[in-house]
Structure formats: C-alpha cells, structure tokens
Write a protein of this length. Structure first.
Length: 289
C-alpha cells in the first residue's frame, strides 16, 4: 500500500511538472513582442504622468516619411501614442467599457506583427483586443461590427489576442503629439535606428526596444579583437549608460505585457522544476528501499 501511494505521488508530481512547464512556455510566448520593431521614445514619455510635450507631430511624421521615400532603402515606421482610460461604446450605445487607445500614424504591423493589420490610410476602421471586444459585444467575434469612440464611428477590422484590452485607431487630428516611434523590424539595427533619429533631429529620443535577445546583447559587448581591453571597457560603459537611461522608465503596454508574461512563465517553470525534483526524490527513495 505504501509503495503504491509513493508511485501515485510520483505520477502526480511528474504530470504536474510537465503541465506547469508547458503553461510556463505558453505564458512566456503569449506576451512575446520580440518581433516588434525597434522603438524610439521621447524622454518626456517617462516623466510624470500626464503625457509628453516633447513628442513628434503628424506634420513631422509626414515630412520624415516623404524624405524616407526618396531614399533607395527607406525605413518604414509608425508614430503612436498610448492613452489609457478611454471610453468606447457599441454602435447602439447599450454597452461601454474603458480601454487603452493606441493612436497611430502609420501601419499597425510594426507594433503588432501578428493578427489583422490596420492600414495607414484606414481612418474608418479599428482593431480591438479580445477582452475589449467581449466587454462591448459579449463575444470575441466582433469583426465587422461598429463602435463609437471620441465622436467617430469605426468598423472593427479584426480582434487581437494580444494586447487584450486595446483599441487601435489611425489618428486624424493634426495637433496630436506622438510619444513613440516604432521602426519596421526587417533589416533595422540599433546603429541604423540611431542614424535615423539623428538625421531627423530626434536625437533626444531613447531606444527602448531593440528586439535583441540576451545572447545578442552579450555579443554586442565584444570588440573587434578579444584582446582589445579598451574596446571591452568602452562597449561595457556604453551598455551601462543605456541600461541606466532605461532603468525606472515608464513602460508602454507592450513592454508591460511582455514583462508580466515572462514573470508568470518564470514562476511556473520554477514550480515545474520543484515538482520534477520531488518526483526524482521519490524514485531515489524507492531504489533505496
């Protein structure tokens, strides 16, 4: 009886380890925005709550885009602003909810590379997060329905799995100040992003999302020659300054979602490993007996 109970506990621990490990991977990947392009942010974005006064206007975005189109290899980009606590209503006015609005000047593809895309010229359409769609229509199947927001009637072009609570729209005003610029992922590096912001007088903007994994970041510290100690020191100091600039900064919704997903995934992996060690301990004890 004692042996059968021990093996039953072993089976439960092993299955629990597999289940928690799988769930950890799901949470880690579900909020993974590593395919999002490099993000530039105004310094004021990270100051006190209430918005930024040092962003970029629609007129500036249009000017930069026109100049980029004249180049042989233009850089695609989207300027955007995040506004939490905005009220959205269904077309009949029966149901409403508050959500975070992303005001775009450019395609949504660079920010949210998965799911439906809201084109740059689509000022009559929008995208909804799954939870926002459920709160407005009682279902995630909201594509083709209409919503009311800020005096505009918008047709839902698609529903996003992530972020869950969001309304994505194309900005139509001329006075909006965008706090972030996301560059297209393909072919862009940190160095090219720096040249982009410097060439258009955006030198005060900070690179906050490079899409680089930890391995690539470590390799970025390696100088041309391994024996170049001054190169190691210069690269390390440069990276330290970058991390200091980012430390304690206000995060946008993509960064927060990614952090939360990885936190949950990491905790589930820890629990999975603990159960795995528990099952291994049961096997060792059974062999001794």
């Amino acid at each position: 009886m004692r042996r059968s109970v021990r093996w039953a506990v072993f089976a439960v621990c092993l299955m629990g380890a597999v289940l928690l490990g799988t769930l950890g991977s799901v949470f880690w990947k579900r909020n993974d925005f590593s395919e999002t392009g490099i993000i530039l942010a105004t310094e004021n974005t990270y100051g006190a709550e209430g918005g930024s006064s040092g962003g970029i206007t629609p007129a500036q975005v249009k000017n930069i885009r026109e100049k980029e189109q004249e180049k042989e290899n233009p850089i695609g980009f989207t300027a955007w602003r995040e506004e939490p606590g905005a009220w959205v209503t269904d077309e009949d006015g029966f149901r409403s909810t508050d959500t975070t609005v992303l005001r775009l000047c450019g395609t949504s593809e660079y920010l949210i590379p998965h799911g439906k895309i809201l084109g740059e010229e689509d000022t009559e359409g929008c995208l909804l997060g799954e939870r926002t769609a459920e709160q407005l229509f009682g279902s995630r199947r909201a594509e083709g329905l209409k919503i009311l927001w800020c005096g505009r009637t918008l047709l839902v072009r698609g529903v996003l799995r992530e972020p869950e609570e969001v309304l994505v729209v194309q900005e139509t005003g001329e006075t909006t100040v965008f706090d972030w610029i996301t560059l297209e992922k393909s072919g862009n590096t940190k160095e090219r992003a720096r040249k982009f912001k410097d060439s258009y007088g955006l030198g005060e903007m900070i690179l906050t999302h490079t899409g680089e994994g930890w391995a690539k970041q470590v390799l970025g510290l390696v100088p041309g020659k391994w024996s170049d100690f001054s190169g190691w020191q210069a690269n390390t100091e440069k990276r330290r300054e970058e991390l200091a600039a980012e430390a304690g900064l206000k995060k946008n919704m993509f960064e927060l979602a990614e952090q939360e997903g990885r936190r949950k995934g990491f905790l589930l992996w820890i629990c999975s490993i603990a159960l795995l060690f528990c099952s291994m301990g049961i096997v060792r004890r059974e062999r001794k007996d």
